[in-house]
Design a protein around this ligand. Structure first.
Ligand code: ADP
Length: 398
């Protein structure tokens, strides 16, 4: 039987999990996947998906330990859990690796301490990641646990891209620099380009666009990230579902001086802005329905989104100097035909030409969407962060 990796993504009030067999045919869906939601509430939910089935239970979930053990019990009941297959390793998504981690790490007490030291940089995410790691180690004590950091891929960014023009003493005291996020996805997608282009990785200059609920882009030269749109936090860069992306930082002082608290501004910028703040909705499918119904706010949000995207694509073309490929990924990038068409429109002078028919094909794996004579090749490559984490974790298995 194939060896599996349990992949855990532990958030502040939810835990996403999958059992993946990274040595098997990875075009298949995971063996089992699920979600524990509303941890700490009376109406907690655990759901499971496996072999075309969907199971959901609702009961109070006291904390992460309780949530994880309920998820294990539900998997065991349906004989699809970590006790029914061979688990070779557990892979944990960890949001912030700061300057301490450039790649995946085998977890021990010292590594947990280092992830804890980074809590000031990710006060919402790293504590939840640590709880997930500690609980999973208790439930599966005999296999390697591996931390895979969202920031790791961006460790190679040169200082000119990574440092902010902030007072150097303050920047150093508070570890303020551009760390980047979604690194696992940018790396997973960019690593497929050598095969898609038939050229060695070292020769390829590319831009990857991860457009999901959160959104970021990366400039990658010869397999190494040289710039990215997210910064100290995942609030920077492109306009997102509910996040502003780049705004004049003076806006924050202005709102503060006009009576909003820091927590209110944080909530405004992270959860009440972006597509949702402009149009009322953050899901692109609903946004598209509103655009089809000629809602001017939906159109305004869409045009801002496209504008921001083009701004970044343009600047990364210059940073790379020569561009070989642009790749769209994640929920919006993989599925929204219009975003790909409009963000790439009228760029023939820059060697970019989309093939309308190829672009309109449904999402069915990695594919070319530019014309044969487009100098820069444009692709859609579905991301799979869980598989990437599982592969890393498996590399530490006995
Ligand atoms: P996350 O950032 O939460 O991992 P995803 O990468 O799954 O998110 O992207 C989620 C977003 O993708 C949704 O909010 C939705 O806007 C968009 N999306 C998903 N499916 C489609 C689709 N078929 N057409 C257009 N947009 C889609």
């Amino acid at each position: 039987m194939s060896r599996h990796v349990l992949v855990l993504n532990s958030g502040s009030s939810s835990i996403k999990f999958q059992l993946v067999a990274p040595e098997k045919d990875t075009s298949q869906p995971p063996y089992v996947s699920g979600l524990v939601e509303r941890i700490g509430e009376d109406d907690g939910i655990v759901n499971l998906k496996f072999a075309g089935e969907k199971i959901e239970i609702s009961e109070p979930i006291a904390d992460h330990a309780d949530g994880l053990s309920k998820a294990f019990a539900l998997m065991d009941k349906h004989e699809v859990g970590p006790h029914s297959v061979e688990i070779a390793a557990v892979g944990h998504r960890v949001v912030h690796g700061g300057r301490l981690f450039s790649g995946p790490e085998l977890i021990n007490d010292e590594i947990i301490g280092m992830i804890r030291d980074l809590i000031p940089l990710a006060p919402l995410h790293n504590p939840a990641n640590i709880v997930g790691i500690e609980e999973a180690r208790k439930l599966l004590p005999d296999v390697p646990h591996v931390a895979v950091f969202d920031t790791g891929f961006f460790h190679t960014m040169p200082p000119a891209a990574a440092l902010y023009p902030l007072n150097a003493e303050v920047a150093s005291k508070f570890d303020i620099r551009r760390y980047g996020f979604h690194g696992t996805s940018h790396e997973f997608v960019s690593k497929q380009l050598p095969e898609l282009l038939g050229r060695p990785a070292a020769e390829i200059n590319q831009i990857t666009l991860h457009l999901g609920n959160g959104a970021s882009c990366a400039a990658i030269r010869g397999g190494q990230a040289v710039d990215t749109s997210m910064g100290l936090t995942p609030l920077a860069g492109l306009m997102m579902g509910t996040r502003t992306g780049d705004i004049d930082p003076g806006i924050i002082f202005h709102l503060y001086r006009n009576g909003m608290s820091i927590d209110e501004i944080d909530n405004l910028c992270n959860r009440q802005s972006g597509l949702k703040g402009v149009s009322g909705v953050n899901d692109f499918r609903v946004l598209q329905e509103r655009m089809d119904a000629h809602d001017p706010d939906a159109w305004a949000a869409y045009q801002m989104y496209v504008h921001q995207l083009r701004r970044y694509i343009g600047s990364y073309m210059l940073i790379l100097g020569r561009l070989d490929a642009i790749t769209f990924t994640a929920g919006v990038g993989e599925n929204h035909v219009g975003i790909r068409r409009d963000s790439m429109a009228e760029l023939e002078n820059f060697g970019i030409k989309i093939d309308e028919e190829r672009n309109a094909q449904p999402n069915n794996g990695p594919r070319l969407i530019s014309t044969d004579d487009s100098k820069v090749k444009v692709f859609v490559v579905p991301t799979n962060e869980e598989l990437a984490i599982a592969r890393y974790a498996m590399s530490f298995a006995h």
